[in-house]
Design a protein around this ligand. Structure first.
Ligand SMILES: NC(=O)c1ccc[n+]([C@@H]2O[C@H](COP(=O)([O-])OP(=O)(O)OC[C@H]3O[C@@H](n4cnc5c(N)ncnc54)[C@H](OP(=O)(O)O)[C@@H]3O)[C@@H](O)[C@H]2O)c1
Length: 325
């Protein structure tokens, strides 16, 4: 196939470009190149979506476009409109944030969606792009809504916090309780599936998520994969919030933690439809090792976008223990 990937220089889009290449396809990467060069063997076409007009789309016909990179919905539409008659199949990578309800575990793609708004916030803009792609490509359109994407190349500092933290050993602060469900998809598994779906011209909408697992089992599995021993102390949500620790992401946060009950469904969507459509999830140990290698390549002493620094973690644990925790 001749495949166009939007992006190709970072994280998911790079993994998609590498996977498509490895599966024998001709790959064109549409990107600025600001995050580095696209994978060797691909063709690089430059575009900058921060401009009002990103420039002409790539020439020629494409069997598939895998539209991965996050960008303004107007630009998603421009590219799709300009290439409509030259593309066999269009995959649009959206997000599970397009669902209105974030509180119900086990929800499916039947759940109510946010109102589309091309110029609106991230979920509304993603929804508008989904509609554009569905309108223009109909049965040739695939909408993929990932949950949390993790692995090599992730610059969000979220999931990688946990392998890096466990690898340091000692007493580990964990949020909420061990039975709280969490869910992720490895970037390499998602990339493989996206390319496979394009090859098969799969259509419809899928949540690209792995099987929900208890947070405690995840930390145990990570520690086993890293052959490290830690004492995990579970601290309740209310205490953490009062101590100024935030869920999910940010400078003083604990990743994989979502506010419950309001967001209890965010990391526990139904994985079965995507799994039945061929999305595989590698063992946690493989993901953990890839994440730790990536964390180490970024430098463990860097300022993180997510997670707690050791002094803050210690102070929160001391506060909890003074309360009798
Ligand atoms: N990460 C997650 O957990 C998660 C969860 C749900 C959904 N998603 C969705 O998954 C998709 C991939 O996310 P991601 O985090 O892997 O990658 P991303 O940040 O959306 O995209 C990275 C790519 O976009 C290109 N890019 C960025 N700004 C550009 C610009 N102004 N002009 C042209 N190209 C530009 C970059 O290339 P250059 O910088 O080299 O130009 C890079 O190749 C997104 O659609 C995102 O919404 C992600």
């Amino acid at each position: 196939m001749r495949v166009l990937v939007t992006g190709g220089t970072a994280f998911l889009s790079r993994a998609v470009a590498e996977t498509a290449l490895a599966r024998g396809h001709q790959v064109v990467c549409l990107t600025r190149g600001a995050s580095g060069p696209p994978p060797p063997g691909t063709t690089h076409v430059r575009a900058d979506w921060s401009l009002a007009d990103p420039g002409p789309p790539p020439d020629g016909t494409f069997d598939a476009v895998i539209d991965v990179a996050r960008r303004p919905a107007r630009h998603v539409r421009l590219l799709a409109e300009r290439m409509r008659d030259r593309v066999g199949h269009w995959t649009f990578v959206s997000s599970c944030l397009v669902y209105r309800d974030r509180s119900t575990p086990g929800a499916t793609t039947d759940a109510e969606l946010v109102e589309p708004d091309e110029a609106g916030p991230f979920p509304q803009a993603k929804r508008a792009s989904e509609q554009t792609v569905a309108r223009l490509f109909g049965p040739r359109a695939l909408i993929v809504r990932p949950g949390l994407v993790v692995g090599r190349g992730d610059r969000s500092d979220r999931f990688g916090y946990w392998p890096a933290r466990l690898a340091r050993g000692g007493t580990v602060l964990a949020p909420g309780g061990p039975d709280d469900l969490v869910q992720w998809i490895d970037v390499a598994d998602l990339a493989e599936w996206l390319v496979e779906c394009a090859e098969r011209r799969r259509s419809g909408a899928f949540d690209a998520v792995g099987t929900p697992v208890g947070f405690g089992a995840v930390l145990d599995g990570m520690a086993a994969a890293l052959s490290t021993r830690c004492d995990v102390v579970w601290v309740p949500q209310d205490f953490l919030l009062a101590a100024g620790v935030t869920p999910w992401s940010g400078p003083r946060s604990l990743p994989l933690w979502v506010r419950r009950p309001e967001e209890a469904g965010l990391l526990s969507r139904d994985p079965r439809p995507a799994s039945q459509a061929g999305l595989r999830s590698r063992p946690l140990a493989e993901t953990v090792r890839a994440c730790l290698d990536w964390e180490r390549s970024l430098g463990p002493a860097r300022e993180r976008k997510a997670g707690l620094d050791p002094a803050t973690e210690r102070a929160v644990l001391d506060g909890w223990s003074r309360q009798g925790g």
